[in-house]
Design a protein. Sequence first.
Length: 192
Amino acid sequence: MNIVIFGPPGAGKGTQSNLIVKKYKLYQLSTGELLRKEIQNNTELGKKISSIINLGNLVSDEIVRNLIENYISKNIYKNKLIFDGYPRNLTQAKNLDVILKKNNQKIDIALKLSVGLKTIKKRILERKNLEKRADDNEQIAIKRYETYEKNIKPVIDFYKDSNLLTVINGEKPINEINDEISGLIKGIKGWL
Ligand code: AMP
């Protein structure tokens, strides 16, 4: 069971991934969180990417590919990953497929959380008070939303064509979304 979950900033990817990993003993792989950790730890990579992230742009496909490959290749994560915030574009979706194949794995479910810009702005401003993320201000949130919209269409088509895509209304209450995702997971043959 490997899942990808994508959606605009503030769609609830992190919240839902968190709930699912606890319920089904999976592991959350948030590329955004891994990148923020690099910045916090002031690593060479962190120094290189902080301005890119703080401007709401995407870091290079190569950097995130290396991050996810580290996880996918480890046995404890085998068939137990939720990719939160990856892939963000078609190249990343294809890279993910190649790496998974190399490790005898695949994606079982692709979830798209749909949320309108008005809700996103509201959620991001609320989150700013809780998490203190440098990229959670209105201007950068809009930029991140635009970056998402600009790149995601071919990713949606990619998973639609593979019959893996489920679109979820991300404006619904957290528990309803969670029930919907749980239903999908339970429907996967050979799982549970
Ligand atoms: P997130 O926590 O998913 O909202 O990601 C925060 C920021 O990290 C994004 O705005 C990007 O700058 C960067 N980032 C996260 N995931 C990716 C990815 N898959 N590809 C490129 N950049 C990413």
